[in-house]
Design a protein around this ligand. Structure first.
Ligand code: E4P
Length: 218
C-alpha cells in the first residue's frame, strides 16, 4: 500500500516528504481553507504542492455543474504533470469524469460511500476512487466494512484502465492496518495519524533500553 498525505499544509508536506515514504498528496476545499489560503492563491498553492511531491497530487473542483467541473479540471490539470483532478461522485461529477478521463486527465472520485458509487466512478473513467472510512463511522456505520466491500467489488472487474482505491477519511493507525489487509492500494492519511503510524510504545521502550545499555558499554 502507498501512503498519501491528506493535507494542504506546505510545511506538513515538506516534513513528511523528507521521511522518504510519501507517494502523493490529497487536498480538498476544507483542507485548503484550513491553511488560511484565499481563492486567488488556490492554483499557485496547488502548484507548490506539486513541486514538493514526487507523486500524484489531488486538487478538488468546486464547480457544481459538469461544464464548470470540466473547465476547472482542465485548468487544474494544466498546473503540473502530477496534478490529479478530484471530483465528487454525483451525476454531474460522473459526466465530467468521463470527459476529463477521455482527454487523458487523471480523476480522483471523492466522497464515495457505497459499492455502486465506486463501480460507477470506475466505469466513468476515474483513475482513483476514494471511499471515506471515518465519516462513515461518524454516522454509526462501518467505514472499514464499507471499504472492504468496495475493494472486493472493484477488484472483481477490468475497467480497461488502471483503477486504484484510496482509503480516505483515515483517523487512526488501525484504519491504515485494516485498509492494507483488505488490499486498498493507497491510504491518504492526515499528518497527526501519519505520526501515529510511526510510533509504537515497544519501539520507544526498545530504544530507551538500547540507549541505557550503550551507556554501560561506554
Ligand atoms: C480525501 O481525499 C479527503 O480529503 C479526506 O480523506 C477527508 O477526510 P475527513 O473525513 O478527515 O475530512
Amino acid at each position: 500500500m502507498k501512503f498519501f498525505l491528506d493535507t494542504a499544509d506546505l510545511s506538513e508536506i515538506e516534513e513528511v516528504a523528507s521521511w522518504g515514504a510519501l507517494a502523493g498528496v490529497t487536498t480538498n476545499p476544507s483542507l485548503y481553507a484550513r491553511t488560511g489560503g484565499k481563492l486567488e492563491d488556490f492554483e499557485g498553492h496547488l502548484k507548490k504542492i506539486c513541486d514538493l511531491v514526487d507523486g500524484p497530487v489531488s486538487g478538488e473542483v468546486t464547480a457544481e455543474d459538469r461544464d464548470g467541473m470540466v473547465e476547472q479540471g482542465r485548468k487544474l490539470a494544466a498546473l503540473a504533470d502530477n496534478m490529479v483532478v478530484k471530483i465528487p461522485v454525483c451525476v454531474e461529477g460522473l459526466a465530467a469524469t468521463r470527459t476529463l478521463s477521455s482527454e487523458g486527465i487523471d480523476v480522483n472520485m471523492t466522497l464515495v460511500f457505497s459499492v455502486p458509487q465506486a463501480l460507477l466512478a470506475a466505469r466513468a473513467g476515474a483513475r482513483y476512487i476514494s471511499p471515506f472510512i471515518g465519516r462513515f463511522d461518524d454516522i454509526a456505520e462501518d467505514g472499514l466494512g464499507q471499504l472492504e466491500d468496495i475493494v472486493t467489488a472493484v477488484k472483481n472487474y477490468d475497467f480497461g484502465h488502471e483503477v486504484e482505491i484510496i482509503a480516505a477519511s483515515v483517523r487512526s493507525a488501525n484504519h491504515v492496518t485494516q485498509a492494507a489487509l483488505m488490499g486498498a492500494d493507497i491510504a491518504t492519511v492526515p499528518y497527526a495519524a501519519m505520526k501515529k503510524c510511526i510510533k509504537h510504545p515497544l519501539t520507544d521502550q526498545g530504544l530507551a533500553k538500547f540507549k541505557a545499555d550503550w551507556e554501560k558499554v561506554k
